[in-house]
Design a protein around this ligand. Structure first.
Ligand code: CTP
Ligand code: MG
Length: 246
């Protein structure tokens, strides 16, 4: 099944666009190719990621950030009815470039890591439902299972953190488009003038907290199967999850 979306058209069903960021190099995975091209159960990671988006949100406009000079990921994106956009040097810069390429009819945007290629459709549905309920920034989270210890700049222990008060952050994160554009502008990321990422900002929702703190960030349940493939062990786990789904 293929889907085609005319990005020049102002009509975007439900006003929903999904940005899948896949322009990273995958240094920690160490596979010698962009992470989104690395095979999981015989198919490129990006193909799994786009299949999960399509299953959950078949009508959404779909944009994928790809590394400069890429042709292979662009072809994978096209095969899934997605529009490829050349990404930037950092994840935040890649997101900003995708925002600049959004179709005019998009009023809500989901930003998702291709590296979370097995995110269950229910997570996408919870994020979209929260936006439809009026939230302007939505983040899926899971409980932290490790005991977490805080250290000083020298690596010396300053105590154990109560993990009951912690959540680990995942994607897709959902936003009112105008709000996400505004905080990207405030951060100097949009329009793209090569600005550096603001210090301490590691995801899209924390841009909202920093630059539009009057807008609450709403949390919804993420899923352990929405883990990010970062290191070789994660890739093994992903293969096992795909096998277990049959
Ligand atoms: N990403 C991106 N543009 C960048 C950097 C990252 O679109 N300049 C995307 C990655 O492709 C990935 C997601 O952001 O889907 C999360 O990044 P990460 O897991 O760090 O992936 P990589 O940057 O590829 O991996 P590494 O940091 O190990 O090189
Ligand atoms: Mg990275």
């Amino acid at each position: 099944m293929t889907h085609h979306h005319d990005l020049a058209s102002p009509s975007v069903p439900d006003g929903l666009a999904v940005v899948v960021v896949a322009a990273g190099s995958g240094t920690r995975l160490g596979y010698g190719m962009p992470k989104a091209l690395v095979p999981v159960a015989g198919r490129p990671l990006l193909e799994h990621a786009l299949a999960t988006v399509r299953e959950a949100l078949p009508e959404a406009a779909l944009l994928v950030t790809v590394p400069a000079g890429d042709t292979e990921l662009t072809a994978v994106a096209a095969g899934c009815g997605a529009h490829a956009v050349t990404g930037g040097a950092t994840r935040a810069q890649s997101v900003a470039r995708a925002l600049a390429a959004l179709p005019p009819g998009a009023t809500r945007v989901l930003v998702h890591d291709a590296a979370r290629c097995l995110t269950p459709p229910a997570v996408f549905e919870r994020v979209v439902a929260a936006l439809q309920d009026g939230a302007e920034a939505v983040v899926p989270v899971v409980e932290v299972t490790d005991t977490v210890r805080e250290v000083d700049s020298g690596g010396c222990s300053t105590g154990t953190v109560d993990r009951a008060g912690l959540r680990a952050v995942q994607t897709p994160q959902g936003f009112d488009r105008a709000l996400l554009e505004r905080v990207n502008e405030a951060a100097g990321l949009l329009p793209d003038r090569g600005a550096e990422d603001p210090a301490g900002i590691t995801d899209d929702a924390s841009l909202v907290e920093r630059f539009a703190p009057e807008h609450p960030v709403v949390l919804v349940a993420g899923d352990v199967e929405s883990f990010k493939i970062t290191r070789p062990l994660d890739l093994l786990l992903a293969g096992a999850v795909v096998d277990s789904r049959g």
